[in-house]
Ligand binder design. Structure first.
Ligand code: NAP
Length: 287
């Protein structure tokens, strides 16, 4: 993709009206001095219509979110190795008429942890949830060589399916528990705890997913949710002296990676740090 052409990008998903992605991509485009339009495509289009837009060059760059991260596998021309292993796609890019699919969520999770001084290698990662976001978290943990991965989910079969799918590619041990089983079994120390459930989301279930037994042994908590900016789980973590972050850093870094894929432009550390500050200031102003 050339940098002198306006990039027609967007997000396809449900309940995306409050998405920060349009602002994030505008900030990234400004930093690189390129033209980008970023639209929200919700309900009014079917996946087939979206694919048509990509094929007709009405759109050349797309992010996918809930519930479409697994729906596009049969519609695209090429799927990158990470998206194939995770079994979820969040980024589409059109290159010379062909639609390429990627997953940048796992990069976002990894970078968010790294930026908050959390090295994952040889640590234990506990993931709450077994939806699309949890898949990316489990893949990230396995790829970056954690010593053990634990998936805790209400529906145990879904956790086991992720363990089977991703366990195929890595030697890392992956254990699955229901919440009650984990509370009983939790003998783990110094683990990174990631909330990849929808619990805590604005307008969904604004309560804490955490309790004393779940956080026992955790040394860092990442809530993937960023709306609200401070979830009730994060409040609970604060009260218990557990260092924590919300999902904004993940959002920033997955978006940065998508943008790099679409444009073929890489950000230097100075460039992304500048964009990151502008993005954080923007979000602060929105609160
Ligand atoms: P999803 O596929 O719908 O999965 C939702 C998960 O939440 C499921 O595992 C579900 O458990 C669990 N859950 C729902 N209600 C629950 C409850 N009352 N008690 C316990 N567990 C419950 O959603 P997703 O796409 O993976 O997204 C998950 C979260 O990550 C959302 O909050 C989303 O906003 C966030 N996210 C953030 C970013 C970012 O960039 N920061 C990116 C992607 C996603 P069951 O399996 O038992 O139904």
């Amino acid at each position: 993709m050339t940098s002198d052409k306006t990039i027609k990008a967007g997000l396809f998903g449900e309940n995306i009206g409050a998405s920060l992605s349009p602002y994030l991509h505008k900030i990234l485009a400004d930093e690189k001095g390129i033209k980008l339009e970023y639209g929200l495509y919700e309900n009014s289009n079917s996946p087939v219509e979206i694919i048509e837009k990509l094929r007709k060059d009405d759109l050349s760059a797309l992010n996918l979110t809930k519930p479409y991260k697994q729906e596009f596998f049969n519609f695209v021309d090429e799927i990158d190795i990470h998206a194939r292993k995770i079994r979820a796609i969040n980024t589409l890019s059109v290159e010379e008429g062909r639609i390429f699919a990627y997953n940048t969520d796992f990069v976002g999770i990894y970078q968010a942890l790294l930026e908050n001084d959390q090295e994952v290698k040889d640590r234990i990662v506990v993931v709450l949830g077994a939806g699309g976001a949890a898949r990316s978290a489990v893949y990230m943990a396995a790829k970056y060589e954690t010593s053990k991965i634990i998936i805790v989910n209400r529906t145990l079969e879904k956790a086991k399916k992720i363990a089977d799918d991703i366990g195929l590619f890595f030697d890392t041990g992956i254990k699955c528990f229901s919440y009650d089983e984990f509370r009983k079994d939790n003998k783990y120390d110094d683990f990174i705890l990631i909330n990849a459930t929808s619990v805590g989301m604005k307008g969904f279930l604004e309560e804490s997913i955490l309790d004393d037994e779940l956080i026992d042994g955790a040394t860092f908590y990442m809530d993937m949710i960023y709306s609200p900016h401070k979830t009730m789980s994060m409040d609970f973590a604060d009260k218990n002296g557990l260092e924590n972050i919300n999902g904004l850093d993940m959002l920033f870094f997955q978006g940065l990676k998508s943008f790099e894929i679409w444009t073929g432009l890489e950000f230097s550390v100075n460039e992304w740090k500048r964009a990151y500050r502008v993005f954080k200031d923007f979000v602060e102003g929105e609160k």
